[in-house]
Design a protein around this ligand. Sequence first.
Ligand SMILES: [Zn+2]
Length: 529
Amino acid sequence: MEACEAWCAKNGHILSDDTFLDEGKSGYTGDHIGPKGQLRRFLDLVEAGLIPQGSYLVVESLDRLSRENVNLALERFLSILNAGVNIVTLMDNEKVYHAHGTAADLIMSVLVMARANEESETKSKRAKDNWNTAFERARTEKKPVGKQVALWLELVEVVVNGIKRKEYRERPDRVEVVQRIFRDCIAGHGFVTVAKRLNGVGGELTPAFRGGTWCATSVQEILENRCVLGEWKWKDKDKEKGGVIEGYFPQVVTMETWELAQQAMVKRKKRGYTKQTNNFQLWQQIGYCAVCGGSMTQVTKGEKLLKYMACSDKRKGLCDDALNIRSERCEQVYKELLVKVGALGLIQTEAAEITKAMTLVDASIHTQQTIRAQHMKKLSENADLEFLYELVATADQNLKRLKAEREELDVKHAAQTAAQSDKAWLLANIPLTERDDRQRANALLGRLGIVVRIRGGATPLFTVYQRERLILELRLVDEVVESVSYNADTTIRMYQQGELEEHQLEINVGFGSKKLPKPLRAGNGQDVS
Ligand SMILES: [Zn+2]
């Protein structure tokens, strides 16, 4: 603009009150010619004959008219000149193209326009090439692209063999926080609770990574960010491209932890956990009224303030036939149930690791299969994207490794089951006193897909379903739990724990086809995993 004013002053012309500035609009893609473009407006005025003959159009360079396509640009250039308007280009030594110019001028202009067009194409191509090279190097050498960095990492400059390069490094204090968030999530805490705990409720205050305090969203962002696995997702406007680079960032959370957290989040969403009380209710989302299918809650009754499990609908007058059961009697059955479905995980971390790992390897196998299918689909659409072959090969390798891992776990699990033989010891050692223990026990049953129909009264009956199949009946006669198994795994466990004799083994095996009855009313939140 200043240059334009200077040219006018120097050559004795008066600058028009109306100027046509297209700042930021690309001459290459022709944006400035679009409906809102200033050049378009100028051309319209020229066409309408509203620009007086002998006027000068001052432009920075012919680029502004011409970068998209030389033919079009030439037509535009000539239409301006033919309307009697001269064109001045400031960058080419204030070259003036006159309305009635020479052939040499015309040839000159065509050359300038052609060059401008070529340069733009080159620039645009170079930018793309740079990106592709950067992506390739990111993929093969894990070379950092740009300055973007996950909040628990930092980009540091290191010198390797005398060569400076940038590298992602963990920030140990923050990595610890990330891992803690995952642990809390797996333990069954929701985003809000996790945030509260980080904000110092019931513990130490941890400042949020972006400063200030934690909120549900910042916790969720971390739990859903695959960067914790070391993955970087490259997004490209061009949907053909883009992709995931594994091992790009330092991995701060294991695949196992990741999958368990994802499952915990899905489960939470499905089950719609209610607000947690201080004394976590063991039967939450597990125990339901046998009469109406309503949820069971704990109530306190009488002068002695005894605690009972009661149908929640009974209190609303919707379920007359349900009978209450003393809470501690229920707890006795709960332990028995844990022992029968495999509660070793609550006591021995080793056993817990095995069951966890199994769920998770299965999930990882599924993930890899999905990824592989996606790559194959992309390949079928565009066989030229060579890096996809490599990604498919990687997925194949991963699958092979995972399947081997799964087999290994099966063997370990069998050995573990054999170790669950001391029932008295198990019953005595299942921790159910602390809030966290109770929550962990409840989460374990949830993970196993256990739902229990509870019928109260003098000899309460607990009908246990696993993934909607009847597996077990537990009856409380006096203070003794009597059990009938309808499931092979449970039966074998009972045999190993000395509860069944060998000749009793066949009795109920194979009867596990009885399905969980549909609830009488909606929303009892059965686990469907
Ligand atoms: Zn009921």
